[in-house]
Design a protein around this ligand. Structure first.
Ligand code: HEC
Ligand code: HEC
Length: 253
């Protein structure tokens, strides 16, 4: 499904009930069995550049969490041994989907996603390394934080229902009621993510800043258009307290 179509659907259905009917993340089959068929259908030499890259990626062995653990030693300094960093300066990777991690690392490598800190650590990673590291962090659990009691209600309303007046779609339509996202569709996990990081991202998206000309990142640029500072703060704190185990956010009393 094209992302524009998804946006259109999300806008039409507002509260997100239609898209929220997606199967839960746990029910998604691993993408692995489809790989040989994709290779056969699109021989690398005949395919255009982008498709060739996809075929190459599909031909990889699935990420191996055990080798990923050793390969992620350099990442641990910032992202934490288990993907839950000690400092909110760094995003949590624990529980994040393997393919999303691989995709973002590739965006850093190609300089489409600009970050001076990250650049140096990923330059030498192979596609297989990225999958192994992705599989390792994906198998960890994100530790949820605690939402700000003053903002959590507004955050929940926006996350679950969007804002009809401003045309903001419900975040839940793509990222799931429990914030686990949808690996098959490329919607990242958000639940438990540090509010500081979410705020940073949403401010960039709202200001029209995606990852260069990358099409998929433009989804959020469209979603967050016109999102104000107060609503960004409310969404970010709600997301930090959002648990995968239930569909609510834990707020400070
Ligand atoms: C010196 C600190 C540091 C190290 C070491 C580091 N990172 Fe990062 N990483 C960051 C920062 C800061 C960001 C947030 C960048 C931004 O705001 O765009 C980030 C972002 C990311 C993201 C994007 C997360 C998201 O939710 O979109 C991924 C994936 C990632 N890092 C993977 C890695 C991997 C894999 C390694 C090890 C090979 C690594 N990082 C090593 C600091 C670091
Ligand atoms: C139409 C589907 C869709 C909707 C609705 C949506 N998102 Fe997203 N979101 C995405 C996609 C796709 C990405 C990943 C983009 C990429 O791969 O670079 C993303 C990424 C993000 C990220 C960056 C995650 C990270 O780890 O860096 C944040 C934060 C985010 N979304 C927050 C929200 C919030 C808050 C809402 C509701 C206001 C929302 N999203 C609604 C599809 C959606």
């Amino acid at each position: 499904m094209s992302f524009r179509l998804v946006i259109a659907l999300a806008a039409i259905f507002g509260a997100g009930s239609a898209l929220a009917a997606d199967p839960p993340a746990a029910a998604q089959p691993a993408a692995v069995p489809a790989a040989p068929a994709m290779t056969a259908a699109a021989p690398a030499d005949a395919a255009p550049k982008a498709a060739a890259a996809e075929v190459a990626a599909a031909a990889l062995k699935p990420g191996d969490a055990t080798s990923g653990q050793a390969k992620s030693a350099t990442c641990a300094a910032c992202h934490g041994m288990d993907g839950n960093p000690a400092s909110s300066q760094y995003p949590k990777l624990a529980g994040q989907h393997e393919d999303y991690i691989v995709r973002q690392v590739n965006l850093f490598k190609s300089h489409k996603r600009e970050n001076a800190v990250m650049m140096g650590f990923v330059a030498t990673l192979s596609e297989q390394d990225m999958h192994d590291i992705g599989a390792y962090f994906a198998a960890k659990a994100s530790l949820p934080g605690v939402a700000d009691a003053k903002l959590v209600q507004r955050g929940e309303a926006l996350y679950r229902g969007g804002d009809k007046a401003s045309g903001l779609p419900a975040c839940m339509a793509c990222h799931g009621p429990d914030g686990r996202g949808n690996p098959g569709a490329g919607y990242p996990q958000l639940g438990g993510q540090y509010a500081d990081y979410v705020t940073l991202k949403l401010k960039d998206f709202a200001a029209g800043k995606g990852y260069s000309d990358d099409e998929r990142a433009k989804v959020m640029v469209t979603v967050a258009k016109g999102l104000g500072e107060q609503d960004i703060a409310a969404l970010a704190t709600y997301i930090e307290g959002l648990h995968a185990a239930d569909t609510g956010s834990t707020a400070a009393k």
